[in-house]
Design a protein around this ligand. Structure first.
Ligand code: URA
Length: 236
């Protein structure tokens, strides 16, 4: 495969932008800078951009789901409730959710059979950023926003500081985007409850580099090569 095609497949850049990387001398094949467009590479070659190894996507499956409300984040539910497994297209290999969204939370959820990546992505050490759009009861004072931003004790744990942005203030409500990099059970709900503003609606807008975008509730799409490259970068 031609080098620029390899780079595009690996999600590094578009084919045109990949050509520029090559011409600028940012790409090495088996340790040697290659500036010729059209150089042939094989899967076993070691390709690096700016010193970082670049791999073609593996045979694993990575699916992004817009989990709707009222669905459990498991593949099967002994109580017979609707599960995320019920929403997947037929014929996929066996995949499992990376982390969990509450029954009453909607939003972006990654599912994969890449156990290694799933494990690291949910490991607290890597602290993948997650952004939630929350509709809460009442108006948050400057002091309450400050508590969320500085980090706070919530029942049994200490939540580290969150990024918080107020996006709207309808009557008796506040709509805010809150970004955390931990993933304790019902963490966002518990943090907002602790500052006196119970959550009325919660939707995850972003999981690391994967944005919900315009994906409709209950729909899926494959993760893009670029999203996978970024996810792997996060946990290197
Ligand atoms: N925080 C919550 O409170 N609920 C979720 O589903 C995810 C994060």
């Amino acid at each position: 495969m031609r080098l620029q095609k390899y780079l595009a497949h690996a999600g590094v850049a578009s084919r045109r932008a990949a050509e520029e990387l090559i011409v600028r001398g940012q790409v090495r094949v088996n340790g040697k800078v290659v500036r010729e467009l059209g150089t042939s590479v094989e899967e076993r070659d070691n390709v690096a951009v700016d010193g970082k190894i670049v791999r073609l996507p593996t045979k694993h499956t990575y699916i992004v789901l817009h989990k709707p409300l009222g669905v459990v984040t498991t593949m099967r539910d002994p109580e017979g409730r609707r599960t995320v497994g019920d929403l997947l297209p037929k014929g996929l290999p066996r995949i499992v959710p990376v982390g969990r969204l509450d029954y009453d939370t909607s939003g972006v959820l990654l599912l994969t059979n890449d156990g290694e990546l799933a494990h690291v992505l949910t490991h607290p050490r890597f602290g993948v950023e997650k952004t939630y759009r929350a509709v809460v009861k009442g108006k948050l004072s400057a002091g309450e926003l400050d508590r969320l931003r500085r980090g706070m004790h919530v029942e049994t744990f200490r939540a580290s500081g969150a990024q918080v942005k107020v996006v709207a203030s309808p009557p008796d409500r506040t709509v805010l985007d809150i970004t955390i990099h931990e993933g304790r059970n019902r963490q966002v709900r518990r943090m907002l409850e602790a500052v006196g503003h119970p959550v009325r609606e919660l939707r995850r807008l972003r999981f690391g580099p994967i944005a919900l975008g315009a994906l409709a509730p209950g729909r899926t799409r494959p993760a893009t090569a670029r999203e996978l490259v970024r996810l792997r970068e996060l946990v290197r």
